[in-house]
Design a protein around this ligand. Structure first.
Ligand SMILES: [Zn+2]
Length: 237
């Protein structure tokens, strides 16, 4: 994989259908990029790949470095090389959606392209969730979204790894913004629901080259997949 190309394993629609019994290993994912996000087998927590290390983010205070053999049923990653870095007042984020305006200022020509970004610094407020794992084989992600661990943090230092995907790719990727956070001390983190930040540094890259590897498992083969835009926005928004 060259810099700023996306490698993705499986499809978000497969996760929505509960396909999460197997996947690539954490060691294999780490070869595909230096930053990324995803989940683990049976959707046991959120995955964050940062500087080549794969983290499993479970409930508060439960963060571990993944073992190289841990299996990953869904992940998206890139060898991130920022094309531009935004700091100061231009990087102030009043909401999660505000990242869109920052990305737009970077380029007006990425409406139907992918973007990767990394946000480092001090966050005034963050609301994160972690999925708590399937209770039965094949439990859909939309159902898991109802019993997730949600926590709010204020004045926390850390890093967000994010991707922006075009609307037309909803269901293959998460359309729009998808971000995972980890704090500097590696104590808390998760899928970002809300954020506010005054002093951060935002690195940005535009991506037009995508590699998707599909599972060959029986579960993937048998899954009935369709794009549930409303369901996806409620669980991944
Ligand atoms: Zn997520």
């Amino acid at each position: 994989m060259a810099p700023n190309e996306i490698y993705q394993y499986s499809l978000v629609n497969a996760l929505m259908s509960g396909v999460s019994d197997s996947g690539i290993t954490a060691a294999q994912l780490a070869e595909k990029g230096n930053q990324g996000l995803g989940t683990f087998v049976h959707m046991d927590g959120e995955l964050l790949l940062l500087d080549g290390t794969v983290y499993q983010l479970q409930a508060e205070g439960k963060i571990r470095v993944a073992s190289p053999t841990d299996q990953i049923p869904y992940a998206v990653s890139t060898h991130f090389e920022p094309q531009q870095t935004v700091t100061g007042a231009a990087a102030r984020l009043e909401s999660k959606e505000a990242i869109d305006a920052v990305l737009e200022r970077h380029t007006h020509h990425a409406g139907n392209l992918f973007m990767a970004y990394r946000v480092d610094g001090q966050f005034r407020r963050l609301k994160c969730r972690t999925v708590q794992g399937q209770e039965y084989e094949g439990q859909p992600l939309a159902e898991l979204g109802k019993k997730q661990f949600v926590a709010e943090y204020s004045d926390v230092e850390g890093t967000i790894v994010g991707f922006r995907s075009p609307q037309a790719w909803q269901g293959f990727f998460v359309a729009g913004e998808h971000m995972h956070f980890i704090d500097k001390d590696r104590n808390v983190g998760g899928h970002v629901l809300e954020l506010e930040a005054d002093h951060v540094r935002i690195g940005i890259a535009t991506i037009n080259n995508i590699h998707i590897q599909l599972p060959t498992s029986d579960q993937f083969n048998a899954a009935v997949m369709s794009t549930d835009d409303v369901g996806l926005k409620s669980v991944e928004g």
